[in-house]
Structures are given as structure tokens and as C-alpha cells.
Design a protein around this ligand. Structure first.
Ligand code: UDX
Length: 432
């Protein structure tokens, strides 16, 4: 089928390339000329494992194209534009969604189907359907909510091996039509589980996305709270997590403590979910507590590092990992920035490393990503903090590093170092 996707960011690009791999002819439209030229000259504006290989394959085969103006007559139009939190507020800015919608109304033909991939607050798709009915009644355009569940760093595997495909609309027939776009997924040998389709209404589809992220955020805040408690009662959070995770009702995933959750989704989605609930005079106290706990946890991590550094009278600290998690170059709402703020206030000299190229121009932080510079950092700093669980850091010889004369502490906020008993090794949820 011919498909047009508005938005060439993370969700639009992964969805577009994924649909091209399923045999569709995909046109990706973005108003940002520089992004489109980056896509067209093979230097995508985002990083994702497998992206370059897929991109080259499907551009060469002509299954995917990037443009600032839609020129393909499609049957299906995806909206995958950003819905950033309104400055200083907690609700989503839907301007880009409606501008894409107006664009689609202009270029689409009768009976086209408009699919909302962007994460939007409950009630948005219903309002979009009412809007298109009003401004383009003759075209019989139908809206379907099809939220994405792509994890950065795992996006293509999540696309090709989805836990569920959720389709919400006021017409089951239209949702079934959209589900056919994913049909060839079922023939793929990579599937490790059958695809679960859920055909539901607009509101439930929108809420499944927000509520899922909210739940995962609550689960993470809980294990981080427990990590701080473990270190005070001589327990080991890694064993706690394993022991809890044996219970299938709890599950062993998303139960690893860290420096606090971040990224472009959890913080935004949890705030918006809370805001939407408050708008109808109800609240979500558990989610609210998880958000507050996460903020406090990030500060607590910074304070623990400062305390140990001051006790050991050291100044030079290396922070390993700026990305909000491994496998991505995305550092939005990364705990690294909280650590940097707190440690800078306490006047520590910081060296920063992250394996993925960072856009240094948009920050005054000097972040290096070369492995040689990482070796220099390990030779010159006095304290090391592991913030992101990059494989590069797993594979370092931590026994040797801990015995270097210049190293007075290694604070592992991801528990990726071996379980060495060393006076200078601090592991979250064990001895801090
Ligand atoms: C999330 C959802 O997982 C995905 O389904 C949704 O579509 C988009 O938002 P993402 O934001 O890419 O995906 O990151 P995710 O892998 O969910 O991690 C979120 C945060 O939790 C990261 O900061 C990560 O470091 C942290 N995390 C995750 C932990 O601290 N411990 C864990 O065990 C897992």
C-alpha cells in the first residue's frame, strides 16, 4: 500500500522504515528542510541500532522517500510528529498534530485513513475526527489511534516483534483496514510471540500508551526507592530484584535500579497523564508519588557522589554515560544532567564521556566520545561515576581500574561492574 508519514523524527522514521520493510511504499514528510536533507544524504538526524542498514536498503529499492512536500497519493496517512510539553506546563502542545492534519486534509483523496502514531492526551483523536468531519465532510476521512511502543535502542525489534498492536477508532471496520498494514509481520520468522491486536475506542487506545509508560515509571521508582533502603539494611538490591522478579506477577524486567528514569517519553507521558486526570478533577496519587520519587532519587544520587568525594577530598570526577540509557544518543531528561548540576555546584572538576556522538554545539558541556579520551579520563580523574549502562563500560577491567593509584572511588549507578569487594567500589542498592 501507499503510505505517507508526517514527521521524520524517531517514531516517524522507524515506523516508515518498518512499513517499507513490510512491503509498503512509504513517503516521509517533514517541514524541517535540514532534517529531510540529512535523511536524503544518508546522515540521519537520529541514531538507532540498524537504522542506517535499513535506510540504505529501502531508499535504494525506492520503497521509502523523504520530502518536505507530499507528492504521493496515499491511502494511509500517519501522523508521527512531536507533541512536546507546553513550556512551563504539563500538557501536550498539539500544534504540530493539527498542522499535519490540515496538510493531510489538503493532499488526501476521499476515504483516506489518518493514523495517529504521536502520543496524545486522552480525547485528542475524537476531537480530530470531529475536526475532519467538519472541515472536509465530503472526503469521509477516518481517524485511527495507533500508539507506538518503541523503546529507543530497541526500536526495530519492538516494531517487528510487537507485544501488541492497539487500534482505536469509532469504526471497527476502519481499524481492521489499518491492521492489514501489519499483516506481513505475522509471516516474519523473527516473531517470538503471536501478535496481539486490540481493537478499541479512541480514548482507551490513547490511554493504553500513557498508562503503560506511567506503570513502568512507577515500577522503576519503586525499585530505586528500595535500592536506597537496601544499602541501609545490608541487603543487595540485585538479589532483591532477582528474587522479586521470579514472581510472574511482578516480572524481572524494568526492575533494575539506576540513577533515575529519563528519556523523551516517561517524564513527558507521566506528566501529561497526571495533567489529563487533574483536568477531569481526579488524581493519580501513585503516579504522582513516582514522579516526585524519581526527582528526589536523581538528587540523592548526586548528593551521595558529592558526599563520598568530599570524604575522600578529591576534585576530579569522570562521569561515564550522558545518554538517558544505553543504545541511544538521546540524552533528554537524562539523570546525567542532574548529576552534572549538583557536582558543578559543589565545584568538582568534571570530565564527561559517552560512546555515541553528541551534538556538542547545543551544550556548553565538553563531552568526549572517543575511546582514547575515555582512557585518558580513567588515567587522570580521581573518582568515576557510571551513569549509563553502555557495553563499552561493562567490558572495562574494573579490577585493574580500582587498583589504579589515581582512582579513589568508582560509583556504579547501574550495577554493571563485577561484584568485587573493594573499599573504593560503591554499587547502588548495595553500599550506597
Ligand atoms: C519507553 C517505553 O519503554 C516504550 O514502550 C515507549 O514507547 C517509549 O518510552 P524509552 O523511553 O525508549 O521507551 O526507554 P526505556 O527503555 O523504557 O527506559 C526508560 C528509562 O527507564 C530509562 O531512563 C532507563 O535507563 C530506565 N530503566 C529502564 C531503569 O532505570 N531500569 C530498568 O530496569 C529499565
Amino acid at each position: 500500500m501507499k503510505i505517507t508519514i508526517f514527521g521524520s523524527g524517531y517514531v516517524g522514521a522507524i515506523t516508515g522504515i518498518g512499513l517499507a520493510k513490510l512491503g509498503h511504499k512509504v513517503e516521509i514528510v517533514d517541514i524541517d528542510k535540514s532534517k529531510i536533507s540529512q535523511w536524503n544524504n544518508g546522515t540521519p538526524p537520529i541514531y538507532e541500532i540498524g537504522l542506517l542498514e535499513y535506510l540504505n536498503e529501502y531508499k535504494t529499492s525506492g520503497s521509502i522517500s523523504f520530502t518536505t512536500r507530499s507528492s504521493q497519493e496515499s491511502k494511509f496517512y500517519f501522523i508521527a510528529v512531536g507533541t512536546p510539553t507546553i513550556e512551563g506546563g504539563n500538557s501536550a502542545n498539539l500544534d504540530f498534530v493539527y498542522s499535519a492534519l490540515d496538510n493531510i486534509i489538503k493532499v488526501s483523496s476521499k476515504d483516506s485513513i489518518i493514523i495517529t502514531k504521536s502520543t496524545v492526551p486522552v480525547g485528542t483523536n475524537k476531537k480530530m475526527q470531529e475536526y475532519v468531519n467538519e472541515v472536509s465532510a465530503g472526503k469521509n476521512l477516518k481517524i485511527v489511534s495507533n500508539p507506538e511502543f518503541l523503546r529507543e535502542g530497541n526500536a526495530f525489534s519492538d516494531f517487528f516483534n510487537p507485544d501488541r498492536i492497539v487500534l482505536g477508532s469509532d469504526s471497527l471496520e476502519t481499524s481492521k483496514e489499518v491492521s492489514k498494514l501489519y499483516k506481513t509481520l505475522e509471516l516474519s520468522s523473527n516473531l517470538t510471540k503471536p501478535i496481539q491486536y486490540l481493537f478499541t475506542d479512541f480514548q482507551s487506545a490513547e490511554l493504553i500508551k500513557h498508562a503503560s509508560n506511567g506503570f513502568l515509571a512507577i515500577k522503576l521508582s519503586y525499585i530505586n526507592d528500595l535500592a536506597r533502603y537496601c544499602s541501609l539494611v545490608g541487603a543487595d538490591v540485585s538479589d532483591l530484584s532477582k528474587g522479586m522478579g521470579f514472581d510472574p506477577r511482578i516480572g524481572d524486567r524494568f526492575l533494575l535500579p539506576g540513577p533515575g528514569w529519563g528519556g523523551s517519553c516517561f517524564p513527558k507521558d507521566s506528566k501529561e497523564l497526571l495533567f489529563s486526570a487533574n483536568k477531569v478533577d481526579t488524581d493519580l496519587p501513585v503516579l504522582c508519588a513516582a514522579i516526585e520519587s524519581n526527582k528526589a532519587h536523581k538528587v540523592w544520587c548526586g548528593q551521595q557522589i558529592s558526599k563520598i568525594a568530599i570524604e575522600k577530598s578529591i576534585l576530579k570526577i569522570g562521569i561515564l554515560g550522558i545518554a538517558f540509557k544505553a543504545g541511544t544518543d538521546d540524552s533528554r531528561e537524562s539523570s546525567a544532567y542532574d548529576l552534572i548540576d549538583i557536582l558543578s555546584v559543589n565545584k568538582f572538576e568534571l570530565s564527561l564521556h559517552d560512546p555515541k556522538a553528541f551534538d556538542f554545539s547545543n551544550t556548553d558541556l565538553k563531552i568526549t566520545n572517543s575511546f582514547n579520551d575515555l582512557m585518558d579520563i580513567l588515567d587522570t580523574v580521581e573518582g568515576i561515576v557510571i551513569n549509563t549502562e553502555w557495553t563499552e563500560y561493562y567490558n572495562l577491567d574494573w579490577g585493574k581500574i580500582l587498583n589504579k593509584d589515581n582512582i579513589k572511588f568508582v560509583i556504579d549507578l547501574r550495577n554493571i561492574t563485577p561484584r568485587l569487594e573493594h573499599q573504593n567500589l560503591y554499587r547502588i542498592g548495595y553500599n550506597i
